[in-house]
Write a protein of this length. Structure first.
Length: 255
């Protein structure tokens, strides 16, 4: 994959278009490494996309056919490769944006579900295709899909493996929106411009609080919310935001 840092954004591009950017254990390790090396003082966001006509077609079927391993080896591989990717995306200290340039299937769809933002080209299709090769969703799919699209819809996606259009994906909240193919780059660029103008440290606090509070009792959630708000009160961004408001100007969170 290509990893390119520019304009305070880390751009990660899958570059196996000949196999529709299919995942292997090595691809997952490379992606984990790219997500591990984030310095929130230098990087405001991460964009993940694919080379060619697919975002990612999911697991490499040939690699599955060639694999020989015990149950424990399979568990360790899944947990330390695809599972670790999901963990890194969900806990990244900056927003992760999926720029879905084409089909996102299997682990590719799970990666989209794990991202903080997802915008897709109209021509893109999505599918939790694991069941079609006798598998269950991985790369966090069983964790993220029910939370995004609801329990019944998540089951429908996982049990049938059917492909859905980008429009359908947007309607079920799997992605933020679908745009004309030629406008995808501009749409994501607009989002990045907005994120760049916001305080990265405080976005990280909000992201952590939201994720940790999923499914938690109200009392525990409110305690955790108060904890992260207390941390936010002590940031330079909070001071700048209040000062800017009182001075009737736009805040400058980069200074």
């Amino acid at each position: 994959m290509h990893v390119d840092d520019r304009d305070s954004v880390r751009h990660i591009t899958f570059d196996r278009p000949d196999v529709r950017n299919a995942f292997t254990a090595e691809v997952a390790r490379e992606l984990t490494a790219a997500l591990d090396e984030i310095d929130p003082e230098a990087v405001d966001a991460i964009v993940i996309t694919g080379e060619g006509h697919a975002f990612s077609a999911g697991g490499d079927i040939q690699a599955m056919a060639d694999r020989e391993e015990t149950a424990k080896e399979a568990y360790d591989r899944v947990r330390t490769t695809l599972g670790r990717v999901a963990e890194r995306v969900l806990t990244a200290p900056v927003p992760v944006v999926a720029k879905v340039n084409g089909d996102a299937v299997g682990a590719g769809m799970s990666l989209v579900a794990a991202a903080d933002f997802a915008y897709a080209a109209e021509s893109a299709r999505f599918g939790a295709s694991f069941i079609n090769v006798g598998l269950v969703p991985d790369l966090g799919g069983t964790v993220t899909l029910p939370r995004l699209v609801g329990l019944r819809t998540a089951k429908e996606l996982a049990f049938t493996g059917d492909l859905i259009s980008a429009t359908e994906a947007a309607e079920m909240d799997l992605i933020n929106d679908t745009v004309e193919d030629q406008k995808l780059d501009a749409t994501v660029a607009d989002l990045l411009e907005t994120l760049n103008a916001r305080p990265t440290e405080n976005i990280a606090l909000a992201k952590q609080a939201i994720h940790e509070n999923l499914g938690q009792p109200i009392h525990d959630g409110l305690q955790r919310e108060a904890h992260y708000q207390t941390l936010a009160y002590d940031t330079a961004a909070h001071h700048e935001g209040v000062t800017a408001f009182l001075e009737n100007r736009s805040p400058d969170f980069d200074s």
